[in-house]
Design a protein around this ligand. Structure first.
Ligand SMILES: Cc1cc2nc3c(=O)[nH]c(=O)nc-3n(C[C@H](O)[C@H](O)[C@H](O)COP(=O)(O)OP(=O)(O)OC[C@H]3O[C@@H](n4cnc5c(N)ncnc54)[C@H](O)[C@@H]3O)c2cc1C
Length: 473
């Protein structure tokens, strides 16, 4: 049996890799990665610089791991829908094995590849693994998708009966001798016209495992209390590893569940179920990437305000937590979850700008930028998404800062012009006495919180009243 194992950017590992394990158990193995211009054309790559850096790191690491184990990763440029069927025929493979993707883009690609392979008599087998449970398999008693997280989490938790994590094969069969291929090297950042950002997390399976170990030995013990603190390293920072599959989600689940840690451990597992919820949602409702989940939000009168958009993206709104988040994003390709919620609420509710603008900006700059989680996160924050989050909940950036960055360490790190601002005024520097304010060059708030709150509520009430399903308060 000759198997082509097609690695596709969401499973860049050798541990707990279903297709690899299956191929090794039954004969010859050809590991393949396709440099599809959809992602690797330099113009496209510029739209995802941080994700691309992490992906290239992880791909390099995968290539090295496969070589250590006795095989070789073949890297071939071209459109997946053409390359894979062509190579399957040239290399006379019996089957192509890969992990399923939840995104509509990947589903359509796999449909086309599957059809072409089918015509050639080659089996195309998709393995689960992007999620803990097969997407679409967690449904209500009436066989509908869940629209609210808590009952989804309860149902998913009850169904979780994970298979043991697959171990790394002790060795891999060498490439079959008759394989001749026009392979290329993994491109560098420079090849794609990108500049390396040294502040990003390094990608690759060994780094992912050491991040997981550090979390399990340390922050998980206080995760319940610290996960919302923007100033503390209280979370796992595994989101990019889960996104690119340098760790399988089952591996992370098992490690966290095995660590015990009572409420803190359980709280962490709940966050993994939020990830699960987003992916199942996108599977059930692919329109998530284009439309608000709540139909009554369609046609919402978002404003156009170039100046406000520029201030938000550059971190010059005058609200320190919002500005810290904007700058952390560009510098590190990461933003703390609490800061993501505050800043997304601010963009949509204080500035009345379309959530899709923020969603696209985040997808461009986040290293963990993920279609499902990002869209769900933005829609949740804007009030138009799945789950019971009410649209009229508006985060106050000042009180959020005081509560979750009490000493202002997060703000001071990312907004250094406030270094001289006394802690008492760090989250509302406009209230500092004039004698102090002259010491820091920082803008006044671009919008007043109370005014913005009322404006959003009135706008939303008006719109939702018109579209029918309003829930006016
Ligand atoms: C506006 C907005 C946009 C977001 N965009 C993304 C995105 O593109 N990619 C992404 O991975 N996460 C996204 N999230 C969710 C969350 O902010 C990140 O997963 C988290 O901050 C990553 O840090 P961590 O790995 O240290 O998280 P931890 O707190 O350690 O959580 C562990 C894992 O659980 C998952 N998770 C945690 N919180 C959430 C959540 N609210 N929703 C879904 N999954 C969650 C992530 O996979 C995370 O790695 C977004 C949230 C918001 C509000």
């Amino acid at each position: 049996m000759r198997s082509l194992v097609w690695f596709r950017g969401k499973d860049l590992r050798v541990a707990d890799h279903g297709p690899l394990t299956e191929a090794v158990a039954s004969g010859e193995l050809i590991p393949l990665f396709v440099l599809d211009p959809f992602f690797f054309d330099p113009i496209r790559a510029r739209e995802l610089p941080h994700r691309m850096q992490f992906l290239l790191d992880s791909l390099g690491s995968l290539e090295a791991r496969l070589a250590d184990l006795g095989s070789r990763l073949l890297v071939v440029p071209g459109r997946s829908v053409e390359v894979v069927p062509r190579l399957a025929a040239e290399w006379k493979v019996d089957r192509v094995l890969a992990h399923r993707w939840v995104e509509p883009l990947g589903r359509e690609r796999d449909r086309r590849v599957g059809e072409a392979l089918g015509r050639q008599g080659v089996e195309f087998q998709l393995f689960e693994g992007e999620t803990l449970l097969p997407p679409g398999s967690v449904r209500t008693g009436q066989d509908r998708m869940f629209r609210v997280f808590t009952p989804f989490a309860r149902a998913a938790g009850a169904r979780l009966d994970l298979e043991p994590v697959r171990s790394v094969p002790s060795s891999l069969p060498p490439l079959p001798r008759d394989i001749a291929a026009m392979t290329v090297s993994i491109p560098s950042m420079e090849d794609l016209g990108l500049t390396r950002n040294p502040a990003l997390q390094p990608g690759g399976e060994p780094h992912a495992h050491s991040r997981l170990q550090s979390f399990i030995k340390g922050p998980i013990t206080t995760y319940g209390a610290d996960r919302d603190r923007m100033d503390l390293p209280g979370t796992s920072r595994l989101s990019a590893d889960l996104k690119f599959g340098t760790l399988s989600v089952s591996t992370v689940w098992r490690a966290a569940a095995g660590a015990g840690q009572g409420d803190s451990g359980r709280r962490y597992l709940t966050e993994l179920l939020w990830r699960e919820f987003s992916h199942h949602l996108l599977w059930e409702w692919p329109e998530l990437l284009q439309q608000p989940f709540r139909p009554d939000f369609a046609g919402f009168p978002w404003q156009q305000d170039e100046g406000a958009w520029r201030a938000w993206t550059a971190g010059r709104t005058g609200y320190p937590v919002v500005d810290a988040a904007a700058r952390q994003l560009l510098a590190e390709g990461f933003v703390h979850n609490r800061a993501r919620m505050v800043t997304a609420s601010f963009l949509t509710k204080h500035l009345l700008l379309d959530y899709r603008l923020g969603e696209a900006h985040y997808l461009k700059w986040l290293t963990d930028g993920d279609w499902a989680q990002n869209s769900a996160g933005w829609q949740w924050s804007a009030g138009c998404g799945c789950d019971a989050q009410p649209w009229f909940r508006i985060f106050n950036p000042v009180t959020q800062g005081l509560k979750f960055d009490p000493e202002g360490a997060y703000v001071k790190r990312w907004v250094p012009e406030l270094a001289e601002c006394p802690t008492a005024f760090l989250h509302e520097p406009w209230r500092a006495p004039n004698s102090l304010r002259s010491r820091f060059d920082y803008p006044n708030p671009i919008v007043d919180h109370a005014f913005a709150r009322q404006r959003f509520l009135a706008t939303a009430r008006g719109h939702l009243g018109r579209t029918g399903a309003g829930n006016p308060v």
